[in-house]
Design a protein. Structure first.
Ligand code: A2P
Length: 341
């Protein structure tokens, strides 16, 4: 492409959409125009961008003429409907919803892990689930060195992953509880303030939630290896920004904790923070607003021959969503793949 792309941000008024705009600004992403799109409710809302203001327009079937790249974060049903319309109009879609992730025609990409999968895109590229993305950064260097056989993961996920209404719900519940008033739960099935909910997304027939099965299935697709076994328990916790994960990883070959620290320290997008003597380990309050995924508490599992435990924390709205989406777009541009074949 000889000129800079026209970029649409679909879902621009949401938690992830606003972060996308911030990151486009921060990273000096090349563009000739940026068009924020949302539902009819948001027409005309002004969003500050660089030294100007962008005005939100309605996302409709005719929105994509002349648009080269659309970054979607407006919910699954919006992506399901509008992503194919955009691709048909010649606009490459990077979609943050779960609508297209397991579609065989759509690559599912973490740029540090499987950028080569972008080579076969047909117009729609899927951004993985937030919990999967940060786990991929931890697993990839270990898998390349010692083959990951099985992972047991428990997540501690922030409310921002559910969107801006969930952020407000936690704020309101904390305020009401501190002033002795009863709480109202709209977004979540139970009170989230001062609580933990062992349910993220809906339950499936096998007793797991959809979120847990996303971690199982998306891992195999991103790593290009159906033999990696993942079993997950996903928990929503009263944290605003930053997902945490406890990983227990079993490998084919033996790795020491020092081996794992060295492998992770070299991997792009990862910062090892593992100084227990200084009480220094990753925490969501520190990861919020950062681009890297932070890994600490790296220990050998003393109950099996080849096992490692670790604690992985990342900003779910940045690396888990907006940043990964924009890194996919940057990789498309770098590889001259920003066109619908
Ligand atoms: P709107 O603010 O106009 O409802 P979050 O994930 O933080 O809840 O944000 C969801 C984003 O998706 C918002 O920008 C929202 O816009 C947008 N959105 C939701 N439904 C639609 C729709 N049918 N068409 C376009 N944008 C939508």
């Amino acid at each position: 492409m000889s000129r800079n792309p026209v970029v649409a941000v679909c879902g621009a008024t949401g938690a992830v959409g606003r972060e996308m705009l911030k990151i486009l600004e921060e990273r000096d992403f090349p563009y000739s125009e940026i068009i924020p799109m949302a539902s009819a409710r948001s027409i005309g809302i002004k969003i500050p961008f660089k030294d100007t203001e962008l005005s939100v327009v309605e996302l409709t079937e005719d929105s994509f003429d002349g648009v080269d790249l659309a970054l979607f974060s407006a919910g699954g049903s919006t992506s399901e409907k509008f992503a194919p319309i955009a691709a048909k109009a010649g606009c490459v879609v990077v979609d943050n919803s779960s609508a297209w992730r397991m579609d065989d025609n759509c690559p599912l990409v973490v740029p540090e892990v499987n950028p080569h999968d972008l080579d076969w895109h047909k117009g729609i590229i899927a951004n993985p689930n937030c919990s999967t993305i940060q786990m991929m950064l931890a697993l990839k260097p270990i898998h390349d060195e010692a083959r990951v056989k099985r992972v047991v993961v428990s997540t501690y996920q922030a409310v921002s992953g559910t969107g801006h209404k969930a952020i407000e719900e936690l704020e309101n519940q904390v305020r009401r509880l501190m002033s002795g008033q009863p709480v109202v739960a709209d977004v979540y099935p139970h009170q989230i303030a001062f609580n933990c909910l062992p349910q993220i997304d809906v339950f499936m027939e096998n007793g797991y939630t959809k979120e847990e099965m996303k971690m199982v299935n998306e891992t195999m697709k991103i790593m290009g290896d159906k033999s990696i076994k993942v079993t997950a328990t996903c928990v929503r916790v009263p944290v605003f920004y930053g997902h945490s994960e406890s990983l227990n990883i079993e490998t084919e070959e033996k790795l020491t904790a020092d081996d794992v620290r060295a492998l992770l320290a070299k991997f792009p997008g990862v910062t090892v923070e593992d100084y227990p003597e200084k009480k220094s380990y990753p925490m969501p309050i520190n990861a919020a607003g950062e681009n890297d995924t932070f890994i600490g508490r790296i220990r050998e599992d003393e109950t099996i021959a080849n096992g490692i435990n670790m604690w992985v924390v990342s900003d779910n709205i940045r690396k888990g969503a907006a940043l990964n989406t924009i890194q996919i777009a940057e990789t498309l541009i770098a590889r001259d793949l920003l066109r619908v074949p």
